[in-house]
Design a protein around this ligand. Sequence first.
Ligand code: BG6
Length: 492
Amino acid sequence: MVSRIISVEAFDLVVFGGTGDLAHRKLFPALFQRDSDGQFTEPTRIISVARREMSEEKFRESVAVSLRAFVGKDVTASPAFKRFLERIQHVSVDVTGEKGWRELAEKLAGGEERVRAFYLATSPELFGPIAEQLAKHHLVTPKARIIVEKPIGHDGASAAKINDAIGAVFKEPQIFRIDHYLGKETVQNLMALRFANALFEPVWNSAHIDHVQITVAETIGVEKRAEYYDASGALRDMVQNHMLQLLCLVAMEPPSAFAADALRDEKLKVLKALVPITDANASSLTVRGQYRAGAVDGEAVPGYLEELGKKASNTETFVAIKAGVANWRFAGVPFYLRTGKRLPQRVSDIEVAFRPVPHAIFDGGTNTIPANRLVIRLQPDEGIKLWLMIKEPGPGGMRLQHVPLDMSFAEAFTGHVPEAYERLVMDVIRGNQSLFMRRDEVEAAWRWIDPILEAWSRAGEAPRPYIAGTWGPAASIALVERDGRTWNEDLA
Ligand code: BG6
């Protein structure tokens, strides 16, 4: 099966931070893919904005280098290559000063009727000032929209400030807050699985689900992002946004329609129902870790402090949390979350573990029959596995086996699997906010995260060490095993 391409109307995309890592690693490659699939309508333009002075020619060359690195070496052979580079312009702007704004306005002049999207691939301190400058220079047209990346703030108060500053210029339907996990194919598939199949909904509750596990494991360390990361840590970097969004998609009620606000209303209810973690329970419900030197994929890697170049740091590179959703559907069902850098495998998945059969009719009792599990693999090898018990073939006795019904997306669908950013940027142009976070969602997520950060800070404990290439501190295993459960062992 191959997906259909529906073209989007012509647009001007202005990328602030156009010389930065995100633009070159993710954004330009994603836009190129969409262009080469013929999704753009003429005249579509991409305008890079950065402080650095650079001729348009040099800038296009730098984009070509990034396309070769992140799309593939043979990209130059694609008929879209030249066309894509010709769409790109570059202007040097001092975003907090005066320099360059006139040139930007001149470039945009005449395109007032087109969709105009401002993509802020910059640090969040610049979100407010850039929005203000856009207004001051009369660049905010009725069809303008703004796209902002996480992190939106480092706590609830700073997030509110940033949202106020953007909100002073753009109305909420014009604001697209990216959580790129929502652009991942399998994440959207989770909604298809739950809400386009009648099979799961009746068992999607505490009567049938024993617990849920969400793992987002990375093999990389903090690399060039050490400075940002050290001020952030795994809880802010991964849990406040990506992991809570995944939890919401598992736990939310079916929305009345697949429409932006209906979806976001339901996710918001989940965020508001999260069981608070405070001083009283943080030490039993959370585990923080920090990697030491070790080996990943057979290669020796340095510890976090060595990568950071500091003697000490209290920042966690791993976190495990036993979360809960206090509502009728999920009260009492633990949601175990874990994420970390320098773990043994790059793998993200969601496991819904069902309750065991109530009574065993086969030899050996109920505890010899593993319970059903639904595993949604976000990356790599996207797919869905439903673990069932079957009879082992053969003429002998009634021997049972636990086997997966295995649906691999790579096998079922051919063609290019779009990267999250491909989908998300096209949704911005279409004006579809379903996969973007609304202000109240971001702030509700912080309301749950802030007390955890405060409890950790008051407890003053250092993160637990773990050796790079292992599944985090032993306490993370204990967090789950204390409850008589185990982390998904298919991963290890
Ligand atoms: C980002 C985090 O949001 O997500 C990074 O800031 C992390 O620290 C990345 O590495 C993971 O994204 P993906 O798509 O590679 O799973």
